[in-house]
Design a protein around this ligand. Structure first.
Ligand SMILES: Nc1nc2c(c(=O)[nH]1)N[C@@H](CN(C=O)c1ccc(C(=O)N[C@@H](CCC(=O)O)C(=O)O)cc1)CN2
Ligand SMILES: NCC(=O)N[C@@H]1O[C@H](COP(=O)([O-])[O-])[C@@H](O)[C@H]1O
Length: 350
């Protein structure tokens, strides 16, 4: 029988083919305009690993995109193992996983500590030394003879709710196409059929669902059905991006505190479904957009970020709304990047 490629056979299906660097170009930098407040530290719905801090000079590497937040945190036993990098060591040690399993080696062999550049980086294992935590060989892991590897968390899972043209959704989809962004849209939901927002999702290969109020006996039943549909996709955050329905108690019992809404006015001024029209009617000279956390009121939740937009003489509702949306798209993408950074194990936590 011809010998199959051993390295390919050994790599689990979810293992990355190559490791990627961590920094994202979407992180908020000072002077980009707008104001924001610190985000609630809400992480994965599953069991996000709180990863060890990196030591100076160590690089963090990305976990495979396919891994979901509800999967167990990688550890020495289940972490994907890229092969050794020979230039980092003078003598290539016998890798435990290269040995033929016998009764005595069927359990993972204990890696040996020290000697690969970093004083406490493991050798005798298959993870490149720069991946190893400074604390890799300390504490209970050391006592147990196992190491913890520094791997970044899975992308933040987003379910986006839309009711219209979906240009805010598109901005998120475009941002998520960059693997360094740290979030991915796992589903798009709507309260109506036949909208461009759903088409955008389908074009991007994202699953969609529609829950129309009129198909349910009561608003409460619709609310529960919407929450159930969202739950199928196990989101870390729900993003209301032009979603024109108020969600109720059942929905908020499940997603309160982790549902963002973006609104085309500077809240608390002009809440509701017709913010741009109301702002113009009031004669404001400056308006803008707000990203906030949804609560049981109408646009009353905690404000996360805002940006201002000038009203120009002769503006119509459409012209002003279009200029607001240009700013709003960037504000939403930046705010989601902040969510990524704020979660346990996210960039700001490292
Ligand atoms: N419980 C909440 N749900 C939602 C909020 C919120 O703050 N609390 N924000 C909205 C989005 N939104 C403005 O940002 C908004 C959307 C819709 C309405 C509204 O009055 N909707 C009516 C229907 C109006 C229509 O279809 O034209 C309704 O729900 O019956 C107000 C504010 C996301 N959900
Ligand atoms: N009160 C909710 C509300 O007015 N939402 C607004 O609908 C627009 C959606 O644009 P899009 O469909 O092009 O993404 C956005 O301006 C959003 O703030």
């Amino acid at each position: 029988m011809p010998r199959a490629d051993v390295s390919a056979r050994r790599r689990p299906p979810s293992a990355p083919r190559r490791w990627k660097r961590w920094p994202s170009r979407h992180r908020r930098t000072s002077g980009r305009g707008g104001t924001s407040r610190s985000l609630p530290s809400v992480g994965c719905a599953g069991s996000p690993a709180r990863l060890p801090r990196r030591g100076p000079g160590e690089r963090a590497l990305r976990r495979p995109r396919s891994a979901s937040c509800s999967e167990p945190a990688p550890n020495a036993l289940n972490a994907p193992k890229p092969s050794c990098t020979p230039q980092t060591r003078s003598r290539r040690p016998t890798s435990p996983s290269r040995r033929r399993p016998t009764k005595s080696t069927a359990r993972p062999a204990k890696p040996i500590c020290g000697g690969t550049g970093h004083p406490r980086a493991p050798i005798g294992c298959q993870v490149p030394p720069q991946v190893a935590s400074k604390r890799a060989c300390e504490g209970p892991q050391r006592a147990a003879g196992y190491h913890r590897w520094v791997l970044p968390p899975s992308p933040l899972r987003l379910v986006v709710l839309v009711s219209g043209s979906g240009t805010l959704l598109q901005a998120l989809l475009d941002a998520c196409a960059d693997s360094t962004y740290g979030a991915k849209v796992v589903a798009v939901g709507a309260d109506r059929d036949g909208i461009a927002g759903l088409e955008r999702a389908e074009k991007a290969g994202i699953p969609t669902f529609v829950r129309r109020v009129r198909d349910y006996d009561s608003r409460e039943e619709w609310d529960r059905a919407l929450a159930d549909a969202v739950a199928q996709y196990r989101p870390d955050w729900v993003i209301s991006a032009g979603f024109m329905k108020l969600v109720g108690a059942e929905f908020l019992a499940r997603y309160g505190g982790r549902m963002l809404n973006t609104h085309p006015a500077l809240l608390p001024s002009f809440p509701g479904a017709h913010a741009v029209r109301d702002s113009l009617a009031h004669g404001v000279k400056v308006t803008g957009c707000t990203v906030m956390v949804v609560d049981e009121g109408v646009d009353t939740g905690p404000i996360i970020a805002q940006r201002a937009v000038d009203v120009i003489a002769g503006d119509t509702e459409d012209s002003l709304h279009e200029r607001i949306k240009e700013v709003e798209r960037d504000l939403l993408v930046t705010t989601v990047a902040d969510l990524v950074a704020a979660r346990p194990g996210g960039r700001a936590d490292r």
